[in-house]
Design a protein around this ligand. Sequence first.
Ligand code: SP5
Ligand code: ZN
Length: 336
Amino acid sequence: MKAFYAEAQSRHAPALELQNGEMVPHAESQARVDAIMTALPEIIASKDFGIDPILAVHDRGYVAFLQRAHADWVAAGRPGDAFPYVFPVRGRRPLELSRIDAELGQYAYDCGTPVAAGTWDAVYWNAQTALTALDNVMDKRAPAFAFCRPPGHHAGRDYMGGYSYLNNVAIAAEQALAKGAGKVAVLDVDYHHGNGTQDIFYDRGDVLTISLHADPKTDYPFYWGHADETGEGAGATANLNLPMPRGTVWEGYRSCLVKALERVAAFKPDLLIVPYGADTYAEDPISFFGIETVDYTAMGRLIAEAGLPTLICMEGGYAVDALGANVRAFLAGVDD
Ligand code: SP5
Ligand code: ZN
């Protein structure tokens, strides 16, 4: 399968994140890149589609903030990466905010998603990677792998969180519609709920969003991903959440995936986008499912049986030692 990446994506290298009360080394590390690279036969460099496809999804003010946040942080005399510490829980109404801390809180929802020196360059090219892989899928009608990194599925129209800054999957979905696809389905198989993608398309009938994930009653991101979130307006019924308990192994996961694929088939999309996270893996250090490496091949195969043009975008997966094997196993299943 063709795989796409842009070198600039490696410029995002945050040092630390806040996890359960401690500043710890950032789980979304360059070591993940090295691990996945070894699993991919040939990497094709991404093309530049410009800023417009990004602005078709994301708020202009948010994008401008991402571009200057780290410079503003440095100008304020701060060390390291730009971190929020105060959040507008009473509502994010438009305010003329100038202090970097106020803006960080306005645009972030957690303390795991710092803005580092190279973050903007990295996420700009990350989106280009998704767009290049999409171009390949639409052109060749063969599946493609966008080696997106950092992840994207937690990022909303105007917010960052969950290691995500720009929503690569949403940018690709919107571009596919602009290029003539009538309907797009997103099938998110990362361990965590794809809250950003859900929010972006919540009132849309042309994009079906499905997420299989750990129950938000016990797991991040807590405030989204519950089964009663089904969409609204034109998108009523076009969102499906399939939360599963901690400890879920392939057998239980598989029956949820079959349900999800039935919904995809009924929707009759022109394109399927799969945000793939290897953090469902049994040994993942921050997650609690029991999927094994061989199961990823079965997962990929089931998804391929949908018989749709398919774009796979990388999301999470933090067991670095097994990450290459897990990605390879999944892609092998899709390619079978
Ligand atoms: C893309 C993606 O996978 N983002 C995940 C972001 C999760 N951030 C919070 C994780 C908290 C995990 N706490 C469990 C610690 C176990 N020692
Ligand atoms: Zn995840």
